[in-house]
Design a protein around this ligand. Sequence first.
Ligand code: SF4
Ligand SMILES: [Zn+2]
Ligand SMILES: [Zn+2]
Length: 314
Amino acid sequence: MKCTKCGQPAVINMRQHRLGLCADHFVEWVPQQVQRAIEKYDMFTPEDRVLIAVSGGKDSLSLWDILLRLGYSVEGIYINLGIPHDSYSDVSQQKVEAFAAAHDTPFRVVNVKREYGESIPEVARRKRGRSPCSTCGLVKRHILNEVTLREGFGVLATGHNLDDEAAVLFQNSLHWATGYLARQAPVLPASHAGLARKVKPLIRLYEREMAAYALVRGIDYIYEECPFSRGATTLFYKELLDQLEAESPGAKQQYYLEFLRARADGRLLPADAGKPVLNQCQKCGQPTTAPGTCSFCRLWDVEEAAHEDSNGDS
Ligand code: SF4
Ligand SMILES: [Zn+2]
Ligand SMILES: [Zn+2]
């Protein structure tokens, strides 16, 4: 296949766009897609300071690279979860450090065990019944929100791509989880004084395009998936959507982008759907749906854990 723009050999064929591109045109095209998403959904402007959550994987490191190339003011944050299998957390931190050093760009590390006394697998083991992934999600959300606000960033960006979002949409619509559907958006505004603005600039790009971008740009990322992701239902939904895409190129993109259109037009849900009543956590001050202390603070509350154990609660 040849590049649609210049006739050189193509490195990627994007059937949903009827577009094949050579390496040079592809690394030009990807940031254009990201810029389109940033503008269309009013994510941020060059005046905003953007904090990007980086995991060491292809999506977040590529997003960092793209935002730097587009000239945005962006800094990284890496959360070391303390996942010991094959030194997963340490290796991914090294990838982030190497990227930041090569691009001479600032980043900070929050080490969960050092900061709070236990790694994610350790907390999950103590809190029997709470999976490592739900513990991890809760801890990451809390830390990212806190650092974004405390350090005065205008916005927090994450590397979710179109495949990630389509899989979550599939899961949420299979369960008709209307609250989650209402909150699934490319931009989550700072709807409360204690909530940071969150954006997903990669939502127009397929996962395979992000892998190709990282490869062509020579971005060294961690290839292994987190060991806890094995068997995750979202991976199964991704496979199903890939089968659909193979039969009908563009199906994934249409499914997700049409959802966003319908959502934005108010054809799906009332405007105030999914807006929970928020209280202020008595311990950390972050917004929480629970009365009293938030679930993050309760995670580290050993007395409560002992109480749960004695009740046989999980
Ligand atoms: S797979 Fe689970 S534990 Fe691993 S990074 Fe993702 S949410 Fe965290
Ligand atoms: Zn070309
Ligand atoms: Zn709290």
